[in-house]
Each structure stands twice: as C-alpha cells, then as structure tokens.
Design a protein around this ligand. Structure first.
Ligand code: 9MR
Length: 576
C-alpha cells in the first residue's frame, strides 16, 4: 500500500513537470492572415499527410511535410508542415490522423498578448494596492511600502550614516522575488523605451487597463513611469551616486507581500548602477518631454542623469562584489547580485544617451569613435551596449544625429551582420525558427535574452533595411516562443493551450489562485540547471528541453521584468 502510494506520488510529481505530449507543435496564440504558418512534428507523430479542418469539421487544407530536420545535440527528428496558404481567419484543427492541435489564424493575433505582457508590470507593482477593477481575481492589498528603508553600512555616507531611514517606495518587484534592483530596472526600461521609439503608433493607441489608462499618456509610458519614479529615489541627493539595489538580507519565503516583515536596505552605490541610472533617465527625458504634462518631470530626470554621470566619472570602477561587501559589513546580503565587472558598455550607453539628450561636448568625446571601435551585440542586463545602438537608430531616423551617414552605415552593418547570423540558422532549424538552433541559445532567462532579444534585433535590421526576410524571421521567433519549440510550451502564462502553471513567482504562488498571474514570460530551458538540488525531476538534460514547470525551478521557470520587457519590446516591434 505504502509502495503504491509512493508510485502515485512519484507519477504525480513527474506529471507536474511533464512537457507537452502533443507531437504537433505550433504557435498556440495565433498566426497572422498572410504570415508563414508552419508546424513542427515530433517523429512519433509523423504521417504521410496532414490536414487542417475548420470549426465545422470541413477540410480546408491537406499536405505532406516540406522537410525534416535533426537536432544537432539530441538527434531528435522533426518534420515541418507548411499550411501558409490558408489565410481565412478562424480556429482550425491540424491533425496527422491521430493527434490534433488547435491552430488560430487571426488579423491581429498578438494584440491581446502584447497588452497582457504590459499589464504584467502593473501586476508586478510594489507598494501599491492592486485593485479588482484592473486585476480581477488577482487583486491584492498593498505590501512593501518601502517608506522605512535602512541605509546598509556598505552605503553609509556623511549625510546618511548606517541605519538612517529613507523612503524608496513603488516601482516593480524584480522577478519571482520581492527585491528591486537598479541594473535590471535600467535594462528593462531601456529596451521598452527603445521599442516605443520604433513603433509609437502601436503603443500610443494601446489601452491595457491600468489605473492611469484614462489620462493623456500612453499606458506603456505610464507603466514605465512607475519604475522611473522608484529609480529616482535610489539616487543619493548628496553626490549623485546610485544605490545598487533595495533588498532584504535574504530572499523572503513564498509568502504574500503583506506577510513580509524583514527589514529592507539600500546597499552600496556602484558604477554600473549609477551609469545605468544616468542612461535610463537621459533616455526617458527625450521621450517624456514630448508630452507637455511631463516636461518638468523630464527636465528633473535629465538633471539627475547628469549628476549620476558626474559621480560615475569620479568613481569609474566601484564594482558590486557581494561577497566582499559581506566580509566587510553586516548584515550579510544573499539576494540577486546583478554583479557586472565590466562597465565599458555602461559608460558607452550613458554617454550615448546623455549626448543625444544634451549635445554637450562632455559626452560627445569619443562617441562616434565608440560606435566604430565597439561591436554591437544582443543587449542584456549585463551588457547594455546594444541599447546605445538602438537609441542611435531612433535618433538617426529622426534625422537628429551628427556624423549621420557614417554612423548609420556602421550601425546598419553591425546589426544586419548579427541578424544575418540568426537567419542563416533557419533552413536547418527543427522548429523553423531563427533561434534555438545552438546549445548556446539556452541558459538562464534565454526566453527573454536570446529568443525575444533575437526578435528585437531582427526587427531593427528590418527597420534599417526594409528587407522582409528580417520581418518574416522575427515572426518565426514569435512562433517559437509561443509553442513551436522542443518543450511544446507556450512560454507566456495564461496564453496558448499549454503554458506554465507553476512559475517561480512569489506573487503567483502565494495568492491561493491556481492559475499564475497572466502575461509573464518564464526564463526557459537552461541546461545549467543551477537549481537541480531543488528540482529533482527535470524532464530532460537536453539544452532545449531542460525546462521544469515547477515552483522550485528558479533557473528555468522564474519570471523577471527584464524578460517581460524584452517580450514587450519584441511584440511591440514585430506588429508592423
Ligand atoms: O537574470 C539573472 C541571470 O542572468 C543570472 O544568471 C542569475 C544568477 O545570478 O540571476 C538572474 O537574475 C535574478 C536576480 O539575481 C534576482 N532576481 C531574480 C532574477 C531572475 O532569476
């Protein structure tokens, strides 16, 4: 009896992390009317012909696979089925004779998803009651007021000795945890503002249902302002330096915000956080000052950006080394580090944004040189160089950059070289996508950094060339993310017919509601499995299948603002 119970429990535990058993893998959210529409079929589901039937059961398409491909690492084979010729909107069933998969074709298939991915930031707000009017069943009372935050001994200064209480309310929780980190906030805002610059029409018209939806600003900018206001409180007014993070010494348990009682601290200032702050505020200045109601606030942001840059110029290498800080100061801090030991890219980003906003020589020194001597790469919280390139693309588009011709050429060349590299993997891809084709594409947060990141870069390449290969490639990135991948998961909570149910997300786990908060992108397959002590039943060790939909899996199943920001940016740009 005991043994039987154990078997049942083990089966249940395995089931909880099982991947999508359906061998027919498609974009579960939907294909655009005239877009390429393909499915990837696992070998067990191969058939001579496949059919697509409409809701009335009428067959609208029949065909064979167009090619097969083998994964270079797992050796698994998949067949690609192409039903692009079906262009009528509707809900269909794709079948191989025994398995069935739902296929949606719609005029604006990504619209609701985009709204939800922005709304996720509202649900992630800290220090504010989330109300039923905007959050329905996910309403919750205010937690983490952060009006009594303590200066950690590592952050002590003359005016603010250790133990001083400051107020640093609001902003977004970083991820599955409840802390707030400047470095990650900066990247997140940077990439979303970049997308806003590239496709303002889409975002200006988009109402996502947040308390500010009825004001005169676009909802995306209202939501971003929430975190900008928090970031502003993290600057020491005495010298312009910016505290690296606001945190509890240890991660809280999986409890509600109102049940969190650990003291929160701001820790030492760092060069990376201060430069990231300077870049973010200088960029926000340009965008928010377009709106008369935000002009004064935008000026304040620019002023603070300049002060931050001054501090960083005088403290060029104050790195955040948590273990060193813990040796020297108490209490020890064990939460996320966002430790970045190379700040060359942060200098570049801050100088680029400050120059674009002020045209002051101070920031121009070596700027064109910078773009020439540095190499564009996919941006992430630890490497923000790419964000400087994105800002330059927008400025060039507005005819607002010195050395425009030279710069445009350099940037176009660098971005298209990277994008061409992605497209070159498409013909042999098991999932008919320009991502997920190398083991290097998988790792902590790859769904945001690698998948959405690649989609964003393909869209910049498209913006700079109008070559439709880039746009079509970017759309296939969406298909991959939304289900046509090795796990068969649509990686955004609440969307598709098979999506994560147990993200490593304290807000989702502590609310007593079965379904997680919607609109969140999970980190994704990570062969590093840094959490394998806690996640005993990873379904696979293959790079592309190393994903566990369990609450314990912080290395593959957490949610985070930077990944959602990349999702918002990608979705915002790909809807052309
Ligand atoms: O996104 C971060 C990833 O690149 C790192 O490899 C990982 C380990 O240091 O940390 C991730 O960031 C986490 C942060 O430190 C704390 N909040 C949760 C973040 C997402 O896992």
């Amino acid at each position: 009896m005991k043994k039987q119970l154990l078997t049942v429990m083990l089966t249940l535990a395995t089931m909880a992390t099982a991947q999508n058993p359906n061998p027919i893998k498609v974009n579960q959210v939907g294909y655009g009317l005239t877009d390429s529409k393909t499915a990837a079929i696992e070998e067990v589901g191969w058939a001579k012909t496949y059919t697509l039937t409409n809701e009335k059961g009428k067959r609208v398409w029949k065909g064979a696979a167009v090619r097969t491909a083998e994964s270079p690492w797992s050796k698994k084979k998949r067949a690609i089925v192409d039903f692009s010729e079906v262009t009528m909107p509707g809900t269909y069933t794709l079948s191989n004779g025994k398995d069935r998969q739902t296929v949606i074709i719609a005029e604006h298939p990504l619209e609701e998803l985009t709204k939800a991915s922005i709304k996720a930031f509202y649900l992630q707000r800290s220090g504010e009651a989330i109300t039923a009017e905007y959050a329905g069943q996910y309403a919750r009372p205010m937690g983490h007021p952060d009006n009594k935050v303590m200066i950690h001994p590592s952050a002590a200064s003359e005016a603010r000795p250790a133990g001083t209480i400051i107020s640093s309310p609001g902003g977004w929780y970083d991820a599955g945890d409840y802390n707030k980190y400047i470095v990650n906030s900066a990247y997140s805002i940077g990439i979303m503002l970049s997308a806003y610059e590239m496709n303002p029409k889409l975002f200006d018209a988009m109402k996502v249902g947040i308390p500010e939806s009825n004001n005169s600003m676009p909802d995306l900018l209202d939501e971003i302002a929430v975190n900008l206001r928090w970031m502003l409180t993290m600057q020491d007014p005495a010298d312009g330096g910016v505290y690296h993070k606001l945190t509890t010494p240890n991660f809280e348990g999986f409890v509600k915000p109102t049940d969190c009682h650990q003291q929160r601290y701001v820790v030492m200032k760092s060069t990376a956080a201060t430069l990231d702050f300077a870049a973010t505020m200088a960029k926000a200045y340009r965008i928010y000052s377009r709106f008369p109601e935000c002009k004064a606030w935008a000026e304040e942001m620019l002023k603070k950006a300049k002060c931050a840059y001054e501090w960083a110029a005088e403290h060029r290498d104050v790195m955040y080394r948590q273990e060193v800080m813990n040796r020297d100061f108490d209490p020890d801090v064990q939460t996320g580090t966002y430790g970045d030991m190379n700040v060359r890219d942060e200098f570049m980003w801050a100088e680029a944004e400050l120059f674009m906003s002020t045209r002051e020589e101070l920031y121009a020194a070596g700027l064109a040189q910078n773009y020439m001597s540095l190499k564009f790469s996919n941006p992430s919280w630890g490497n923000v160089m790419g964000l400087a390139y994105f800002s330059a693309v927008a400025a060039l588009r507005e005819g607002d950059m010195p050395y425009a011709n030279e710069l445009e050429q350099i940037i176009r060349e660098q971005i298209t070289t990277v994008a061409d590299g992605y497209l070159s993997t498409l013909p042999n891809s098991c999932f008919d996508a320009p991502c997920g084709n190398s083991p290097r594409d998988f790792g902590w947060g790859c769904n945001g950094e690698q998948v959405c990141g690649k989609g964003v870069i393909l869209m910049y390449a498209y913006e700079m060339t109008r070559d439709s290969r880039y746009l079509n490639g970017a759309k296939k990135v969406a298909d991959y993310l939304l289900g046509r991948n090795a796990t068969g998961y649509c990686f955004v909570t609440g969307f598709g017919n098979f999506s994560p149910m147990h993200p490593h997300h304290r807000l989702s786990e502590s609310d007593g509601i079965e379904a997680p908060l919607p609109g969140f992108l999970v980190g994704g397959p990570n062969p590093g499995q840094q959490d394998k002590a806690e996640v005993r039943n990873y379904p696979s060790n293959q790079p592309d299948e190393s994903y566990s939909d369990t609450m314990q899996s912080y290395a593959s199943n957490e949610i985070a603002i930077n990944w959602n920001a990349a999702l918002v940016a990608f979705l915002g740009m790909v809807q052309k």
